[in-house]
Ligand binder design. Structure first.
Ligand code: ZN
Length: 182
């Protein structure tokens, strides 16, 4: 599980605008908009099944830890998002997100680095998905550190809340990330 902090503005159902229930499952869907990806949460009563125009969707739950609301996102959600992004390899925004997500997944040991492939498109990493052993290629978009940090925090916003950073930041170790949130 990856633990995300949920922002003050988050935690409301997109349908009825009521606060999402704590300690019970709710539904989330990710949509594409002109501005990028957008996450919407739905309580059980407002969830009518996966929205036809959503990019992907998942179940999750809020829990209270250290007096902050957080949302738990299953590792499989990250892996599914990684695979969905791979279906749109020509889109530069999705390519960049996929690269940053792969850094997080490598750090969580959900992906294993296999080798670098060099071709006319530039460098790509071949990685192995630990859960099923499948091989995937991740184009290396040669991002600088500032862009990686920006995309990493945007991923947290997309997957978890409206204004919170992703817990599994690329740089630094997890204990440092934890204490930064304490
Ligand atoms: Zn609702």
């Amino acid at each position: 599980m990856t633990d995300f902090e949920i922002g003050r503005s988050g935690g409301k159902c997109h349908g009825c605008q009521q606060a999402l229930p704590e300690e019970s499952d709710f539904h989330s869907a990710i949509f594409e908009s002109a501005a990028g990806f957008e996450r919407r949460d739905f309580c059980g009563a407002c969830w009518q099944g996966p929205p036809a125009d959503s990019f992907c969707q998942f179940r999750t739950r809020l829990h209270t830890r250290q007096a902050r609301q957080r949302v738990l996102v299953d590792d499989n959600v990250l892996l599914d998002f990684f695979q969905r992004l791979g279906e749109h390899g020509d889109d530069p925004v999705k390519r960049d997100f996929r690269f940053v997500l792969s850094l997080i997944l490598l750090r969580k040991r959900l992906l294993k680095f296999d080798r670098t492939i060099r071709d006319s498109r530039g460098d790509a990493w071949q990685v192995r998905l630990v859960r099923d052993g499948s091989l995937h290629q991740v184009i290396d978009p040669q991002l600088d550190e500032a862009r990686i940090q920006l995309l990493s925090s945007e991923l947290g916003v997309i997957l978890a809340s409206h204004d919170s950073p992703l817990d599994a930041t690329v740089a630094g170790d997890s204990s440092a990330t934890e204490s930064a949130h304490a």
